[in-house]
Design a protein around this ligand. Structure first.
Ligand code: HEC
Length: 133
């Protein structure tokens, strides 16, 4: 019995090693992923300043110049406009629906991902403080 358990442990160990190896990545991968990320941040800036995002030509940048007062580092948190604890995407949708008088986005919309990437990149280096007001 003990031997069987040992063999099982060894097999799991080997499988574990295999999957660790599969997770390795090269400098080429890193360069590629970084440039993909930077592309999405740039797209986010375009969405943030696009007067056609909502229905009234107002842009995010008018009230939040260069993502000022968006505080991505404080999410998730209780938002009084929504009456519950939310992620930043739900707060972005609140601004799309209200100040921009636009249509809420699906959370998987690439424009939502880009907006979050841009806003968060602008706050790089700020400590995470979820729940903070
Ligand atoms: C007319 C002005 C106005 C526009 C335009 C606007 N917002 Fe806001 N935004 C606000 C107000 C007001 C709040 C609520 C402030 C609060 O809760 O402290 C807010 C809150 C936010 C927050 C949460 C800030 C926090 O401290 O928790 C985010 C993120 C945000 N807006 C993103 C956006 C994005 C993205 C857009 C464009 C789609 C946008 N806003 C457009 C006025 C605006």
């Amino acid at each position: 019995m003990k031997n069987i358990l040992m063999s099982v442990a060894v097999i799991y160990g080997l499988l574990g090693t295999t999957s660790l190896t599969a997770d390795e990545f090269s400098n080429k991968n890193l360069k590629h992923w970084k440039s993909e990320y930077q592309f999405v941040v740039k797209e986010g800036r375009k969405v943030f300043t696009n007067p056609r995002l909502g229905s009234n030509t107002v842009t995010c940048n008018e009230c939040h110049p260069n993502a000022a007062n968006t505080h991505p580092e404080t999410y998730p948190k209780f938002q009084k406009q929504l009456g519950k604890v939310v992620t930043i995407s739900e707060m972005i949708n609140w601004c799309i629906a209200n100040p921009l008088e636009g249509k809420k986005m699906r959370l998987s919309d690439p424009r939502m991902t880009a907006l979050i990437a841009y806003i968060t990149e602008e706050r790089r280096g700020v400590n995470l403080s979820p729940g903070k007001h």
